[in-house]
Design a protein around this ligand. Sequence first.
Ligand SMILES: *[C@@H]1O[C@H](CO)[C@@H](O)[C@H](O)[C@H]1NC(C)=O
Ligand SMILES: *[C@@H]1O[C@H](CO)[C@@H](O)[C@H](O)[C@H]1NC(C)=O
Length: 220
Amino acid sequence: MFPRLLAYPLSLILFVGYLSFINAYETVQEAAVISRRLVDHSNRSIATMATVFPSDEPVLNGQPFSMQEYYASCHKNGSLTLLFLPISRHSRNIQRSPNHHASLSITSEIPAAAHARVSLIGNVIVYQDARTMPNVDDIKRCYLEKHPDARWWLPDDERAAHLAYWARFDPHTIYFVGGFGDEHYIGYIPLWLYQRSGRSATEETADYSPPVNRILLEQA
Ligand SMILES: *[C@@H]1O[C@H](CO)[C@@H](O)[C@H](O)[C@H]1NC(C)=O
Ligand SMILES: *[C@@H]1O[C@H](CO)[C@@H](O)[C@H](O)[C@H]1NC(C)=O
């Protein structure tokens, strides 16, 4: 009888402990790792891109435009590879934007209010001459691994369906929503943290363990 009575409160304590663990509020460091996981390991590598219509656009000037876009995460620092097709609405908006601004957002495999998503705000650099892009062969291989269908519209292919250029998106600002705000981190992630939180960074610190890390941070 006595041990059973004792077991009850104990399991209750363990259960409450478990609940508070799964509801853990991630640190900004963890948010950076989650962001990179979303960006680097998204199984579709399709982001929602947003750009702004140029000021001389008669009707829609200054208004936002968003539509899905292929990307590939081919750089350690989380800069993204894009295929820039001058014919596309996004490309025309980016070209006309003084600093070639764009924003890309990537969400969890199953998008939901309670699930993580990240928005990257930055600039697009277009390589009009593919030969000037560093490591063009590696980038091409990396991109085609994610998007085999893009082989029909690659730069430097005279038979391609569309004129296309390689481009790189360099984020300068990272905004993360982990889920509901009472349980998750919502806010900006410093660029340097995003840049070094890719897979190789986390593999290097193999003993990286979010809950312990949080406790250490809180104690610090
Ligand atoms: C991508 O994720 C979806 C949804 O979870 C899944 O059904 C699909 O099989 C995945 N595709 C690949 C290539 O892993
Ligand atoms: C990311 O790394 C690439 C080289 O892989 C570099 O060209 C690019 O400028 C870096 N991006 C940022 C935002 O520093």
